[in-house]
Write a protein that binds this ligand. Structure first.
Ligand code: PLP
Length: 366
């Protein structure tokens, strides 16, 4: 028997979560954002769940090729645009729409002997200060693009820095509206947090990333149950040992955790080499046979130790859910595990380690 750990991917839940985004912004077209290999899930694995989207957004050209090879005929958008001039050939060949966020990308377009004109998304830096033209440079960039025969349609985009937080979207949206006033073209502004929390914004195309993967963009203010989202990735393992401790006994490297009284612990076949965060604190929740328990002591490379007090019947072979769907309809959101490790669901799903076997769930139990 292989080591008892696996990840399960739930494409049906991706479809459900995209429907949540659709319901929140019924008039918008929906990009499913599948960068970073679909946030660690595997583009091919979740592909059946993407069918209801109007387009697929990503940043890696090889991933764009994979999406086309899967048979996707609807739009594909490169969120960071092209990285060098010759990438434009692939854009023409595969009909990829691409963001334009700096002058050199316009130079490359102008020099490109393209057959099929390009559809571009001109990006405004409205305050996040990663990608995009400064407000003062935006309209001249638009005019340069508009003068190029290589470009047939210009859409307008920006990205919010704090749609999930207290700053919200108002200041960036006001700037975007001011700079783009009178310009024709479709707008794309909303990410997951804006889709769910800022519903009145004009965004002809919304960009649903993390919500598609069953993580609440504004956790812990709201959780996935609040937004009606379902987990799309389950990480599960089994107990491979149990230990009976007495008062004063220590657990694991550094003996950081000591039992205050008799304590039964379970040893789980999952560690940081599987992508479970080493920094996860004592008390980080896991499900043992569907019952909530907390980890105790340090996470090691291949193992985690768990307080079995809430589940006395647990034994070697008991199922342990690190995140996602457990037995009998139980759920442990990836956001809860992430928070105990001082991070966010995004990072955990993207960091699933190579050695963990990944399977696609059979579609039931959504
Ligand atoms: C990743 C990304 C998104 C999706 O963000 P989520 O918070 O995952 O919804 C949207 N727009 C751009 C430009 C991105 O890079």
């Amino acid at each position: 028997m292989p080591r008892p750990i696996e990840a399960l991917i739930h494409p049906d839940a991706v479809a459900h979560n995209l429907a949540v985004a659709r319901a929140a912004t019924p008039d918008a077209k929906l990009w499913a954002v599948v960068k970073a290999n679909a946030y660690g899930h595997g583009i091919e694995r979740i592909y059946p769940g993407l069918q209801a989207a109007d387009g697929i957004a990503l940043l890696d050209l090889a991933e764009a090729e994979r999406v086309r090879a899967l048979g996707w005929r609807k739009p594909v958008l490169l969120l960071e645009g092209v990285f060098e001039a010759r990438d434009l050939e692939l854009c023409s060949r595969l009909n990829l729409w691409h963001a334009v966020h700096h002058d050199q990308q316009i130079d490359w377009l102008g020099a490109n002997k393209t057959h099929q004109p390009h559809r571009v998304f001109l990006k405004l830096n409205s305050g996040m200060n990663r990608l995009g033209f400064a407000p003062s440079a935006f309209r001249s960039a638009w005019a340069r693009l508009n003068a190029l025969p290589q470009v047939d349609e210009i859409s307008l985009m920006t990205h919010f820095a704090d749609a999930d937080g207290p700053n919200g979207t108002a200041a960036q949206m006001a700037l975007f509206d001011e700079v783009t006033r009178d310009l024709p073209g479709e707008r794309s502004v909303s990410n997951s947090a804006a889709i769910l929390r800022h519903r009145g914004l004009r965004s002809d195309w919304v960009r649903a990333g993390i919500l598609s993967y069953g993580s609440a963009p504004d956790y812990p203010e709201h959780d996935i149950a609040h937004w009606g989202l379902r987990p799309t990735m389950t990480l599960r393992a089994q107990l491979i040992a149990t230990q009976q401790l007495k008062a004063g006994d220590a657990i694991g490297y550094g003996g950081r955790f000591r039992a205050e009284g008799p304590l039964r612990i379970g040893v789980v076949a999952c560690g940081y080499a599987d992508g479970y965060p080493r920094i996860a604190a004592t008390g980080t929740p896991v499900l043992v046979d569907g019952v909530r328990c907390g980890i105790v002591g340090r996470v090691s490379m291949d193992m985690i130790t768990v307080d079995l007090t809430p589940v006395p019947a647990a034994r070697i072979g008991s199922e342990v859910t690190l995140w996602g769907r457990g037995p009998q309809g139980s759920v442990l959101s990836i956001d809860e595990a992430a928070r105990s490790a001082g991070t966010v669901g995004y990072e955990l799903m993207c960091a699933l380690a190579q050695r963990v076997p990944v399977h696609v769930a059979d579609g039931h139990g959504a």
